[in-house]
Design a protein around this ligand. Structure first.
Ligand SMILES: C[S@@+](CC[C@H](N)C(=O)[O-])C[C@H]1O[C@@H](n2cnc3c(N)ncnc32)[C@H](O)[C@@H]1O
Length: 351
């Protein structure tokens, strides 16, 4: 297949699946070369041809994604009516609670209590940073002449009881309260959680944590080898089910003002988003930025480097090429590079 769709699948195999999912890498490489499946995909609107959407739809319908290419191709072409209907009906809405580990240092530093407003919230699992536990670790590196053990813990703290512990590798001067080597650290962090008094999300198509079909869709979006993410997702769903979030259906530009206006007086409104604005054309991202600049409170963005030019221009150093890292920013001031699923936090010296 020598088409845009073929290129899309080849690029996905090389840049996204490579090193993360051998299963999806192989399937994407084979789809890229398959004329029949390529023609079927080309019958869908361009935004609906994404590899993640195809693979999630096949899994959602019980199709084989782990049994090799021939089984995948045969099943998918035979069941194309159902697969394409699912791809047209659903979106890639991966909801990754792990991203809370990268948002937390900023949330904890803002005037408390907080009213959280997440745009592009999916099922709202990132609206519970105060309900998860956190384990921050150093990556392996030299420090003060001695080698730190790979993954040595910096800090572990969070909600007293939680089915979810978020692991995050930290580097740079993450503003933990207290220095990692000081006596009493990390005990001093036990209270270091934001106080959230209100939480609301906006999404074009909010997923309901109480709806089995919606949760099955979220599970289908987790790549097959990433069983730790599946466990985390299930735990976060349990957290959210205990107190389901207020989720508003709509476009973020059309609704963000009215949702922020509902935040209770006395709380700091925090508009935040991760892995969302890339779905918008540049002019709609600009419209959103112009709106949020005029809103009360603070704005936290966690997006791919090129998504917000005003943030990218202020980066103190370029992101390592091909890393896929996101930039975390507070009110358009970049503070860190972050792993796209919250697995790492590299704080800038200048931040
Ligand atoms: C990849 S998911 C990320 C979900 C969540 N922010 C997280 O980090 O786990 C992107 C979400 O943004 C939503 N979205 C995309 N464009 C949107 C828009 N214009 N207005 C509201 N939501 C939007 C999608 O429906 C999807 O649920």
């Amino acid at each position: 297949m020598r088409s845009d769709t073929g290129e899309l699948y080849r690029a996905f195999a090389e840049r996204e699946a490579h090193g993360n999912s051998p299963i999806y890498q192989e399937l994407a490489e084979r789809v890229a070369e398959d004329g029949q499946l390529g023609a079927l995909l080309d019958g869908l609107p361009a935004v609906k041809r994404q590899p993640n959407l195809l693979f999630a739809a096949v899994r959602h319908l019980g199709g084989p994604v782990t049994e090799g290419w021939p089984a995948f191709r045969d099943w998918t072409t035979e069941q194309w009516a159902g697969v394409s209907a699912t791809m047209l009906e659903r979106r890639t809405q991966t909801n990754e609670a792990g991203r809370c580990a990268t948002l937390l240092p900023l949330l904890a530093a803002l005037p408390q209590p907080l009213a959280l407003i997440e745009v592009g919230a999916s099922a709202g699992l990132c609206l519970y940073p105060d309900r998860y536990r956190y384990r921050y670790r150093f990556p392996a590196r030299e420090e003060g002449g001695r080698e730190r053990e790979a993954g040595a813990p910096v800090a572990e703290f969070g909600a007293v009881v939680s089915p979810v512990t978020l692991d995050c590798a930290v580097s740079g001067p993450v503003p933990f309260p207290g220095r990692p080597d000081s006596p009493g650290f990390p005990g001093s962090l036990r209270e270091w959680l934001p106080e959230v008094v209100w939480r609301a999300g906006i999404d074009l198509d909010p997923l309901d944590v109480r709806a089995e079909e919606d949760m099955r869709w979220l599970e289908s979006l987790v790549w097959p080898e990433q069983t730790h993410r599946l466990e985390r997702l299930r735990g976060a769903v349990r957290v959210a089910r205990a107190e389901p979030p207020l989720l508003v259906r709509g476009d973020l530009n059309a609704t963000v003002r009215e949702v922020v206006a509902q935040a209770p007086a006395g709380a700091t409104p925090v508009v935040f988003h991760s892995a969302v604005l890339a779905y918008l054309p540049p002019e709609e991202r600009e419209e959103f930025a112009a709106t949020v600049r005029r809103l009360p409170g603070h704005w936290i963005s966690n997006e791919a480097v090129s998504v917000l030019p005003a943030v990218a221009r202020r980066l103190p150093r370029p992101a390592p090429s091909g890393s896929g890292l996101f930039v975390l920013a507070l009110d358009e001031r970049p503070v860190a590079f972050t792993g796209p699923h919250g697995q790492s936090l590299d704080w800038f010296d200048e931040a």
